[in-house]
Write a protein that binds this ligand. Structure first.
Ligand SMILES: Cc1ncc(COP(=O)(O)O)c(C=O)c1O
Length: 621
């Protein structure tokens, strides 16, 4: 067996936390440079305790390592440029509301003023129950009603560090009114509507068309309103957010430059301003290409921090105003790598096995021509043969529609076409195959590996915004004999599939996996799913949340399972949509056929209840 460690480019997208070892096992290195474990060992240990895949495995140590890396990047930049103010991070809880995630980050940031960003009343309630470290802010963003503002003002009155961000002019007025009613003026920030935009999928989060933020004139009017209310000295922060996953550092630089100028100008009018909140947007290199394409980034965390600190200082020095505390709301960059979804292959569909079609009676000319084409394929004419075969099959299918090609002829024609494609593929070397139609051929021939999961629950962004996530086997990832496949989920939706993968030559329409070994379980991991996917998932076909495990790495090949959360039961999934357990059982009892024997009714009901209490995903038969 020839070996190659780097088929899946784990080193490039793994951010130091994932690699394939020389034995082909996917290893997780939570600390980046410390002990590692084989992911499959954790998956097998969980299976032994009855925790089956589909499964989300979380590594809290990765979260804290990412948190440390961002903090240290800013600390280094602050020291390099002798920046006179500090840095504080806040975690936007919308990126992942999972309690373990939020608590791990709060814990990891307790001594560093690390806070939380919230965008709704529910998120504010969550944040108010957590004990943050000294000086850590709860940044209140998003649309706000009276209750949101009342709760935030009361919390501020109680001594919580609240930074209430006005997202629109109406909110400036409401903040003034409600803080008077509560008898306490909270710290306030203005979100600016910058001209600078992000890149890619979320670039319209800012700019003229953005949903949030005050225009320059609205900022000036906001000053007046605060001044009239005698509250101008509560204006502490300028905030902006140009969108998530900003892939090009030039867009980041542009936005920080514009915001720093705005900050410096605003500070002339509101001397209390002392925080510049850069929002989120720090991207993740999902495909490992280090480019400014949508699912990559052309910069590092360190470059981001250096640019931010340098530009803010430079512009503030020039304007002769005191540089602010720099705040960031990075979510994706903190969380993405901490979670992996582990899937097992259930079955392979669309796999072509050669059939004996000679026993079927056929008369259509196209069949004879397809047979001749199959015979004659060679090194020099394989591309032409593929084109001829495609035309002949199309003719055959038209004939079937018009009624003069029989079902046997259609079946034989389809088999011949697949045999031709398979033979053509044999002549395609990596250099020769890269014409569009032949890449499509490879995709067409690739079998679909059906995995026990729902794309809509576990990786919704791969469907909704065509996001790329690294996908690779947890074992045998170093084998060079591999064949192309795509991945399908178990929902009844043709969109429930993965058909864009990170390959050696960039994005490919299929994944190359080692040949399956009969009766040997085969696990596939989908990586970097720790940001947004946990919270955006939906209950398509009533497939619910999957089992989850929190895994701690204690030393080389030494791990412990710190926590397990069972996935949703069918009962729970149904309950979400108003079908309570009581109603379900009542409905069942009403409709059961009482003329059947008592035993038959009992065993039917037994199965019904067992299924209701069970997991929504497929059990291994
Ligand atoms: C206001 C705000 N802050 C922070 C974030 C987090 O962004 P990211 O996950 O790209 O860091 C978002 C998400 O889009 C946001 O809307």
């Amino acid at each position: 067996m020839s070996l190659n460690e780097d088929h899946y480019r784990a080193k490039e997208w793994g951010q130091g936390h994932f690699r394939v070892d020389s034995a082909g096992f996917l290893r997780v290195i939570p600390g980046g440079d410390s002990s590692s474990v084989r992911l499959i060992d954790a998956v097998n240990a969980l299976a032994q305790t009855g925790v089956e895949d589909p499964l989300v495995v979380r590594f809290p140590q990765i979260l804290q390592s990412r948190q440390r890396r961002i903090r240290e990047a800013f600390a280094a930049a602050i020291s390099e440029y002798e920046y006179p103010a500090g840095y504080q991070g806040v975690f936007p809880v919308k990126v992942n509301h999972n309690r373990h995630v939020v608590e791990t980050l709060v814990e990891g940031g307790r001594d560093h003023g690390f806070g939380l960003e919230v965008g709704s009343k529910a998120e504010l309630c969550l944040a108010l129950t957590l004990e943050l470290g000294a000086g850590a802010y709860i940044v209140c963003n998003g649309f706000k009603d009276r209750d949101y503002l009342l709760l935030a003002c009361h919390a501020a009155k109680q001594g919580r560090c609240i930074l209430l961000i006005a997202e629109n002019p109406q909110e400036v007025k409401e903040i003034i009114e409600i803080s008077f009613a509560v008898g306490h003026m909270p710290d306030v920030g203005f979100r600016a509507r910058l001209h600078a935009q992000g890149t890619g999928r979320w670039q319209e989060s800012s700019g003229h068309k953005g949903k949030f933020g005050l225009s320059t004139m609205e900022i000036l009017e906001g000053f007046e309103a605060l001044e009239q209310a005698n509250m101008l000295d509560r204006l502490l922060a300028l905030h902006f957010h140009i969108g998530s996953q900003v892939s090009d550092i030039l867009n980041i630089k542009g936005s920080i430059k514009e915001a720093s100028r705005l900050f410096a100008a605003m500070k002339q009018k509101a001397p209390s301003l002392c925080v510049l909140d850069l929002g989120g947007g720090l991207g993740v290199d999902y495909d490992g290409s280090r480019t400014s394409t949508d699912w990559s980034v052309n910069y590092s965390i360190e470059e981001y921090a250096r640019d931010a600190v340098y530009m803010v200082k430079d512009i503030c020095d020039e304007a002769r105003v005191a540089p602010p505390l720099i705040m960031t709301e990075s979510g994706r960059a903190l969380c993405a790598s901490h979670a992996v979804i582990v899937l097992s292959a259930l079955r392979v569909v669309g796999c072509h096995e050669s059939r004996d079609y000679n026993r079927h009676q056929t008369e259509a000319n196209q069949i004879e021509d397809l047979k001749a084409t199959l015979e004659e394929i060679g090194e020099t004419n394989f591309r032409e043969a593929f084109h001829d075969a495609t035309q002949l099959l199309n003719e055959l299918l038209s004939g079937f529609r018009l009624g003069y090609v029989t079902i046997d002829e259609r079946a034989v024609g389809e088999c011949l076409y697949r045999d031709i494609c398979t033979k053509v593929r044999g002549f395609m070397t990596p250099e020769k195959k890269r014409t569009h139609d032949l890449v499509a051929l490879e995709k067409q021939l690739a079998p679909k590996i059906v995995c026990n999961f729902s794309v809509f629950m576990s990786a919704p962004d791969s469907w909704a915004v065509q996001q790329l996530f690294p996908v690779l086997p947890l074992t045998r990832a170093n084998e060079s004999k591999r064949s192309a496949a795509t991945i399908g989920d178990i929902t009844c939706d043709s969109d429930g599939k993965l058909d864009r993968f990170i390959g050696r030559n960039g994005v490919e329409p299929y994944l190359r996996l080692p040949e399956p070994i009969e009766d040997e379980p085969f696990h596939i991991g989908m990586f970097l799913v720790g940001a947004y996917q946990d919270v955006l998932g939906d209950f398509h076909n009533l497939f619910g949340t999957v089992n989850e495990a929190v895994v701690m790495v204690n030393g080389e090949d030494d791990f412990s399972i710190a926590h397990v959360t069972e996935g949703s039961s069918i009962e729970h999934s149904l309950d979400q949509f108003g079908f309570s357990m009581t109603d379900m059982v009542r409905g069942f009892d009403r409709l059961v056929d009482r003329r059947q024997s008592r035993d038959a009714v009992q065993s039917y009901k037994g199965v019904f209840l067992r299924v209701l209490h069970g997991n929504t995903y497929l059990n291994q038969i």
